[in-house]
Design a protein around this ligand. Structure first.
Ligand SMILES: Cc1cc2nc3c(=O)[nH]c(=O)nc-3n(C[C@H](O)[C@H](O)[C@H](O)COP(=O)(O)OP(=O)(O)OC[C@H]3O[C@@H](n4cnc5c(N)ncnc54)[C@H](O)[C@@H]3O)c2cc1C
Length: 815
């Protein structure tokens, strides 16, 4: 008889490495009253057959932080639990076969250095010395991480499970969760079946760690957890003479391959560019420690390249061809956090083949989030609230994951766009833009014009770490905005209507700025958390006494809606997503007034339509609401046009635009303009871990309002002083580029990453932003330092400024 409690503080569903890590870290955080339910046996889903690579080098600063935590944890886990984890820090080598890949490796090494992960740039011959079996023909360069390692994945999970038990958690095998129960929009527990008998555990917190089963389990409660399994392959040779037991893990991403020595055998794993989705008809009920059929044809291109790269494969016998399913997500990032649809429903799933190395850190971060009510640091990259409801669609998922598996080893060029499952969300003028040369990118399912190709120019991205093929197009668009007038389609903005008797009082509680303004006023504001961190930055327009329109980035809409709903309390207000109802056409630049005056009888003078106000205008033969705001740092209006009239308004603008030099502009030009003006971008420059005052956005905080979330944290920081500050940088040399994650070097020492960067076509050099430490220092002292930015290992001198380098007094915005 298994003794299962009727009540628990938290129930974790799934006994793979993810669930075991969450249970371990919850128990470690003092929540000893935790139950983990596994439908079969621990590790019997995907975890048991992982290759066990533990690589700390990840694409971003915080993901590197989490992977480093995992590696450190796995080293000490054996001593703590007595379970042999097989964790050995044999190190790793990643080799580049192209100059572009080499630059990527060097850039990642810079990110690693920001977080004190030991990394060495090594030459091809040094790589050969460390890895004698490697054929270095065509190898351009490499990096080595001596503290990377390899482990026995199943035993890592077992050790975490044992550690959880030692701290009081209960782990039950053979218990299938049939349903997460809810009432009034929050979880109340789980129903399960054990040995054919139904049971129920009451719990306020339920964590879905169900791996590839997780999506359908979540869907029962209307929770969006978009993931889909793919077949994932490796093979293992017979024992090969002469393989050293401490051979590092080797990655050759340009040949989609990794190599691991295992008890004298060699393992070759693949991240092929076009993967095989699996499980379209569901997953067999009795699936347990299962494998999928071999597919030599599919694997052969990888094996052929491997035979050249590692000649021992020519003669070594093949012991095992392994094929097992793993879950992949539309953007190749896993899901962590509380689902926006149901309170108390948490997730840690969709690991895209890096679940072993990720789960240690992810489990720790999630446990902190659950027990403390907030994440330990910015986790937006993997936050479940980035998932879009439409992404539940299984045909979409199947198409997309065929691409995402390979993305792990693809070149991670800046501005790289996904190629599959495109075109789901489109602006009403999508075809108009396409006909005029638009080259689209995708965010949150939205097709957005990123740049406009010239007549006869190829409409494709040619990716590079240097200037890409659209550099001159972006320049022309950027300079049109600075000197003439440009038109951007920003229909992908998330639009939220908040209305009702208490709308003003409610928004005054969640927003940092004063919301009790006259109808027609537009307010730039933040949602702050209790630490003064920025949960959202947005504009709020008061439409009437009782109605407001909140405009947020398209990618953060679900997060912002969830924040509003979680904070509504007893206030009488209705929160509605009205994104699809209105398009947004932004007319920006010093000639914006002239252009609008030629298509509308309304008065666009400063007196009639000052900055920060919105009003209805006639335009063409239709209507729009013109908002006088800007995200590019110029005179301009955002036109909110109902979806049905959008094409008409666009045509009217284009027709009149010829006389004013109107230029269609894309998102890349928007980005370069806003970075020149040092406008922050949520998710890059400002996140929930960045204090509003340190972000330089104190002007959005009302000191007069009595009560709003984050107020105390603002007052405390004012009293204590800033410990870091956001600066804007411009490289002195006009050549090098900044994207993000380059290292800011202050007086010779790395102090943090560039949070966003672009080419400042008006300023004449790459511009970026980022935080520098400043405890106890005046502004002048901070600026007196010598700044450099490290790009792919090379340091470039930079100018630094607290005020925006473009139009510091915002005179152009108010002209
Ligand atoms: C070939 C291959 C090689 C890999 N190599 C590596 C590597 O080198 N490094 C790395 O980091 N990662 C690697 N991975 C990825 C890694 O294995 C996975 O990311 C990780 O195991 C996922 O763990 P999980 O806990 O999310 O899922 P799973 O291990 O699948 O666990 C989910 C568990 O939930 C249980 N469950 C589901 N539904 C219910 C329910 N309703 N009630 C109760 N229980 C339920 C399942 O039975 C299962 O045990 C590899 C994967 C493959 C396929």
């Amino acid at each position: 008889m298994v003794d299962i409690p009727k009540q628990a503080r938290a129930v974790v569903i799934g006994g793979g490495v993810s669930g075991c890590s969450v249970a371990y870290h919850l128990a470690k955080a003092g929540w000893t009253d935790v139950v983990l339910l596994e439908r079969k046996r621990l590790t019997s889903g995907t975890t048991w057959h992982a290759a066990g690579l533990i690589g700390q080098l990840r694409g971003s600063a915080n993901m590197t932080r989490l992977a480093k935590y995992s590696a450190d944890l796995y080293v000490r886990l054996e001593a703590e639990t007595g379970v042999a984890t097989g964790m050995r820090q044999v190190g790793s080598i990643s080799v580049a076969l192209t100059r572009e890949r080499h630059e990527e490796l060097l850039r990642q090494a810079t990110v690693a250095r920001i977080f004190d992960v030991e990394v060495h740039e090594i030459s091809p011959s040094e790589a050969k010395a460390k890895y004698p079996h490697l054929n270095i023909d065509g190898v351009v360069g490499a990096v080595a991480l001596p503290l990377d390692g390899q482990c026995d994945p199943a035993n890592i999970a077992m050790a975490l499970a044992k550690g959880a038990r030692m701290k009081g958690a209960k782990i039950v095998e053979g218990a299938l969760v049939t349903k997460v129960t809810t009432a009034d929009g929050r979880t109340t527990g789980v129903d399960y079946i054990l040995n054919g008998e139904p049971g129920h555990i009451a719990a306020d917190v339920v964590v879905n760690c169900g791996g590839m089963w997780g999506r359908d389990l979540a869907a029962q409660n209307g929770v969006t957890l978009p993931l889909h399994a793919c077949e994932h392959f490796y093979l293992v040779t017979e024992p090969v003479a002469g393989i050293a037991p401490d051979l590092p893990v080797l990655r050759v991403p340009d040949e989609c391959a990794y190599y691991k020595q295992d008890a004298g055998k060699m393992m070759l794993g693949a991240f092929e560019p076009k993967a095989k989705p699996w499980g379209m008809d569901g997953i067999r009920k009795d699936f347990e420690f299962d494998t999928l059929p071999e597919d030599w044809d599919h694997f052969m291109p990888i094996l052929e390249m491997a035979t050249n790269r590692m000649p021992l494969f020519e003669t070594a016998g093949i012991h095992t061809f392994f094929n097992g399913p793993e879950s992949f997500t539309p953007d190749d990032r896993y899901y962590l956090g509380e689902a926006p649809e149901v309170k108390g429903y948490w997730t840690a799933a969709g690991y895209n083949s890096i679940g072993i190395v990720s789960s240690g850190g992810a489990g720790q971060a999630l446990a902190h989030w659950i027990t403390e009510g907030e994440p330990p640091f910015d986790l937006w990259e993997v936050d479940i609230r980035r998932a879009q409801p439409f992404q539940k669609n299984r045909r979409y998922l199947k198409e997309r994951v065929s691409e995402t598996l390979g993305l792990l080893y693809a070149d991670h060029f800046p501005y790289r766009q996904v190629e599959t499952a495109r075109g789901v969300r489109r602006s009403p003028i999508h075809d108009h833009l396409a006909a005029r040369g638009a080259v689209f990118g995708e965010v949150a399912g939205w097709e957005r014009a990123n740049w406009f190709a010239d007549e006869g120019q190829e409409r494709e991205y040619r990716y590079s770490w240097k200037r890409q093929n659209w550099f001159e197009n972006q320049k022309a668009e950027h300079l049109a905005v600075r000197g003439g007038v440009g038109l951007f389609d920003m229909t992908s903005f998330g639009k939220i209507r908040v209305e009702g008797r208490d709308a003003m009082a409610f928004l005054n509680r969640v927003c940092s700025a004063q919301m009790d303004v006259a109808p027609g006023r537009i307010v730039y504001t933040m949602f702050l958390n209790r630490n003064g961190g920025i949960e959202a930055d947005l504009t709020v327009t008061r439409l009437s006494e009782t109605a407001y329109l909140l405009v947020v980035p398209g990618a953060t809409l679900q997060r912002n809606l969830a924040w509003l709903r979680a904070h509504l309390g007893d206030d009488f207000a209705v929160i509605t997503d009205v994104t699809a109802g209105e398009s947004v056409l932004c007319v920006m630049g010093p000639k914006a007034r002239d252009l609008l005056s030629s298509v509308s009888p309304d008065d666009f003078s400063n007196a009639a339509h000052p900055f920060g106000t919105a009003r209805e205008i006639e335009i063409g033969m239709g209507l729009a609401r013109a908002h006088r705001v800007t995200y590019v740092g110029e005179l301009g209006w955002e036109l909110y046009v109902s979806a049905d009239q959008t094409a008409h308004v666009f045509e009217a603008l284009m027709e009149a635009g010829g006389d004013h030099g109107l230029k269609l502009c894309g998102l890349h030009a928007l980005d370069s303009c806003r970075i020149e003006k040092a406008y922050r971008h949520w998710g890059h420059d400002i996140t929930d871990e960045d204090h509003v005052l340190e972000a330089g956005l104190g002007f959005t905080v009302s000191r007069k309002k009595a009560d709003f979330t984050g107020r105390e944290a603002v007052l405390r920081k004012e009293e204590a002083g800033l410990t870091r500050r956001m600066l804007q940088f411009r490289l002195k040399a006009p050549g090098p580029l900044l994207f993000h994650n380059e290292a800011i070097v202050r007086d010779g020492r790395i102090v943090g990453p560039v949070t966003s960067g672009a080419y400042g076509h008006f300023l004449g050099g790459a511009v970026g932003m980022g935080y520098v430490p400043c405890a106890g220092e005046s502004e002048d002292e901070v600026l007196a330092s010598r700044y450099e930015i490290e790009v792919a290992g090379v340091r470039h001198e930079a100018l630094a400024s607290l005020a925006p380098m473009h139009d510091p007094k915002s005179e152009r915005v108010r002209m």
